[in-house]
Design a protein around this ligand. Structure first.
Ligand code: GLA
Length: 393
């Protein structure tokens, strides 16, 4: 129970007892994530390097005799009930969060796993809509809960794949595998290098002293992120189709080196050319940053993060004024190794690696400069890399 504070767990148990009249039999947690580098590469068969964060979703539950799933969101004060025999998507604003547990139940049953009804209370502390994967955490926590309730187990990679399938096919957002994967497989004090084609993964230790992961939230609502996300995916497909004319054996942008790209890029129209350039150079940056971290070269790691931001801003065009303002405020301070936007973009958060002794100044000056530049308030979240999803009770 290392990551969830004892207080939160106690309050959740109490709330469960008040609501259902008995103690919960099960409790699970699944964390959100921050991606250190490797953005918009996972749906191009590429490399990513995220870490799970010390913010998560907790679900307390007990098993029912019938096939009802009764959920209560402690944060929203809203309940939602469905039956495992006919799982439907809901569109009412206040109840939409329940599409994630519904999606997960749908995906598990689809895979032939017999499930049982549950009654549950959910509580989370991942800021929603901030690009820290609260949806992936909700999917994964729901999956782990439903499996535990039915005395079923699943290989962790398969759980991540089913969570991705749930989001794509039931919720309807065509996401890559990164968020679900790290929520399941995150390792305390490690970032996870993931090859999203082979699903081979390798935990790489992060320094436990001297440098801190700082997440700064723009607090800008991410308006059109789903449609822009799908548009970027389509532009990558278009770039791939062009490049296949010259490089017939490639299956994804992941298969193109920057040397090959330089040779053929002039034949591509501007938009697919810029998108491809980002993906191809970003994959190379991930490989270099993994090596840098293994050698303890945080300075190089930071430079690669900065280059990633520039590429996301100029070539992939998924940054925004607010993200640029946060990142530039961080870049201007001493003791900041690197800073970049993280997640899908268009708002959400920036991630920085900051020397411990520079942290206090960072927390004062970055929000101040951000306020001056945008008129908005930033929120700062300091985190260590956390353990992936687990059953607590
Ligand atoms: C979202 C998606 C991920 C990934 C990132 C961008 O978080 O869910 O699969 O594509 O955007 O790197």
């Amino acid at each position: 129970m290392q990551q969830a504070s004892a207080n939160r767990v106690e309050r959740l148990v109490q709330q469960f007892e008040e609501l259902y009249g008995a103690a919960p039999e099960l409790m699970v947690r699944a964390p959100g994530r921050v991606n250190l580098i490797g953005e918009h590469t996972d749906y191009n068969d590429g490399y990513v390097f995220p870490a799970a964060i010390e913010r998560d979703i907790l679900i307390a539950a007990s098993v029912r005799r019938d096939r009802q799933v009764r959920l209560f969101s402690s944060d929203m004060g809203v309940s939602s009930t469905f039956t495992l025999d006919a799982i439907e998507k809901v569109s009412a604003e206040g109840e939409r969060w329940s599409n994630y547990p519904r999606a997960m139940a749908w995906a598990l049953q689809n895979r032939g796993l017999p499930l049982r009804g549950v009654q549950a209370v959910l509580q989370g502390n991942i800021p929603p809509g901030a690009g820290l994967s609260s949806s992936a955490a909700l999917l994964v926590a729901s999956g782990l809960l439903l499996l535990s309730a039915a005395h079923q187990t699943l290989d962790p990679v398969e759980l991540a794949l089913l969570a991705q399938q749930a989001e794509r096919e039931f919720v309807g957002v065509n996401v890559g595998i990164m968020d679900q994967f790290i929520s399941v497989l995150g390792k305390k004090d490690h970032a996870l290098f993931i090859d999203t084609r082979t699903l081979h993964y390798e935990p790489v230790p992060l320094p436990t002293s001297g440098v801190v992961i700082v997440i700064a939230n723009t607090n800008k609502p991410r308006g059109l992120v789903d449609s822009a996300y799908n548009q970027r995916r389509a532009e990558c497909e278009e770039a791939l189709a062009y490049l296949k004319r010259f490089l017939p054996s490639i299956r994804a942008l992941r298969d193109v080196t920057s040397e090959e790209f330089t040779r053929w890029e002039a034949s591509l129209p501007e938009v697919p050319r810029k998108r491809a350039r980002h993906v191809i150079t970003e994959n190379e940056r991930v490989l270099q940053s993994v090596e840098a971290l293994k050698k303890g070269d945080i300075t190089l790691f930071g430079h690669l993060m900065n280059a990633s931001h520039n590429s996301l801003r100029d070539d992939y065009e998924v940054s925004c004024t607010e993200l640029d303002a946060l990142v530039e405020a961080a870049w201007a301070l001493p003791g900041v190794y690197g800073s970049r936007m993280t997640g899908a973009g268009f708002g959400g958060c920036a991630v920085s690696l900051v020397a411990e002794e520079a942290l206090e100044r960072f927390c004062q000056e970055v929000p101040q400069r951000y306020r001056e530049a945008t008129g908005r308030e930033a929120t700062i979240l300091i985190t260590r890399a956390a353990q992936g999803a687990e059953r607590l009770l």
